[in-house]
Design a protein. Structure first.
Length: 303
C-alpha cells in the first residue's frame, strides 16, 4: 500500500464528560464516526493519520462506548445521541464552530454532508467502506485520506503470545453465522486435543456451559484480551477489537467478503453454502495454534 507504519505515543488527556459545547472551537477538528465496534476498529489508521496531520486538535462524536477506547487520538469524545449534538442533523447553528469536520460514514444521499457544510469551511468525507470494490476497509479509507492531502499512516497492531483459545459464539442478526451451539462442541474437541479453550458468552446469547460472560465494559474486555492467545468467532465487531488488543483472530465468514472485512492479525475460514463441521473447525484452529496454518495476515482458507 505504500503507507508509513506508526504507533501512537502521544496520548491526550482524557476529556471531561459533558464538556461545554459553547467553548471556543475555532481551531478544533471534529471527527464524526457513527459506526459500531468493528467499523471503528477498522478506522484506527484513519484516526492515526488525522492525529498526525492536525495534531492535538481532534474531537470525536459517535458511539462513545467504543470511541472511548480510542481516546489517545482525541482531546474529547462525546455521544452522537446526546441532545447537545442534535444541531449536526439539522444544520442549524449560529456559527461555524469547527475549522474542519471529518465525516467517516456512508451518507449515500449526501444530505448529511450538505448540513455539515453549514457548520464548517472545510469538510472532509471519508466513505466508511466500499460497496462493490474488493479492497480492505482500512486501505479503502487510507486511499481517501491521501486524496484529501493528508499523509496516510498505517496503525501497527501488537501481537501477543500465548496459546489459549477464546471462543466467542455471537448471535446472528443480518449476517449468516456459524451455529452458536457448535462452539460448545468445538471447545470439548479442543480440550480433547490438549488445548486450552475458553467459551466467552456474549451478553445477548443464552448458552449454558460457557466459561466466562463477556465483560460489559470494553476496557475490561481489553484487559482480559491482554493476556494473549487466539480469538475464534464469526465475523463480528468483537473479532476486530480482539485483533486490536493483540489476539490472533480466527474468523468465520459466510455471506460477506473477507477481503473487505477481515480483522487484522489473523486468519479467515470462508465458506459459501455448507458450514464447516465441528471437526473441520477444530482442525483449522489446531493448525493455527501449532503454526501449521498460513501466515498471519490477509490469508483466506476456503471450505
Amino acid at each position: 500500500m505504500g503507507y508509513t507504519e506508526q504507533r501512537v505515543t502521544h496520548a491526550a488527556a482524557p476529556p471531561a464528560d459533558g464538556a461545554d459545547l459553547g467553548q471556543n472551537t475555532d481551531d478544533k477538528v471534529l471527527v464524526i464516526h457513527p459506526g459500531g465496534l468493528g467499523d471503528i476498529c477498522l478506522s484506527e489508521s484513519t484516526f492515526l493519520s488525522l492525529r498526525h496531520h492536525f495534531g492535538d486538535r481532534l474531537e470525536a462524536v459517535g458511539n462513545k462506548r467504543v470511541l472511548d477506547e480510542f481516546s489517545e487520538y482525541f482531546t474529547r469524545v462525546d455521544s452522537i445521541d446526546a441532545r447537545a449534538w442534535a444541531f449536526l442533523f439539522s444544520g442549524t447553528h449560529e456559527e461555524r464552530p469547527w475549522e474542519t469536520i471529518v465525516l467517516i460514514g456512508k451518507d449515500r444521499s449526501t444530505s448529511f454532508r450538505q448540513r455539515l457544510r453549514l457548520l464548517t469551511d472545510n469538510l472532509i468525507f471519508v466513505e466508511m467502506y466500499p460497496d462493490e470494490e474488493r479492497i480492505c476497509v482500512e486501505e479503502f479509507q487510507l486511499r481517501q485520506v491521501r486524496q484529501s492531502g493528508i499523509e496516510p499512516l498505517l496503525k501497527a497492531l501488537p501481537v501477543t503470545t500465548g496459546s489459549r483459545i477464546i471462543l466467542y459464539p455471537e448471535k446472528p442478526y443480518r449476517k449468516e453465522k456459524w451455529p452458536v451451539e457448535d462452539f460448545l462442541q468445538v471447545r470439548e474437541e479442543l480440550k480433547r486435543r490438549g488445548l486450552t479453550a475458553i467459551l466467552m458468552r456474549p451478553s445477548n446469547v443464552t448458552l449454558p456451559g460457557s466459561d466466562l460472560d463477556s465483560p460489559e465494559l470494553l476496557g475490561d474486555v481489553a484487559a482480559f484480551f491482554s493476556e494473549g492467545g487466539f480469538f475464534c468467532s464469526n465475523d463480528s465487531g468483537m473479532a476486530h477489537f480482539a485483533a486490536r488488543c493483540g489476539l490472533r483472530a480466527l474468523t468465520f465468514f459466510s455471506g460477506t467478503d473477507p477481503l473487505v472485512w477481515r480483522p487484522k492479525n489473523g486468519l479467515v475460514l470462508s465458506y459459501d453454502k455448507e458450514p464447516p463441521t465441528v471437526d473441520e473447525v477444530a482442525a483449522f484452529i489446531t493448525a493455527a495454534v501449532s503454526g501449521r496454518a498460513s501466515r498471519y495476515g490477509p490469508a483466506v482458507q476456503s471450505i
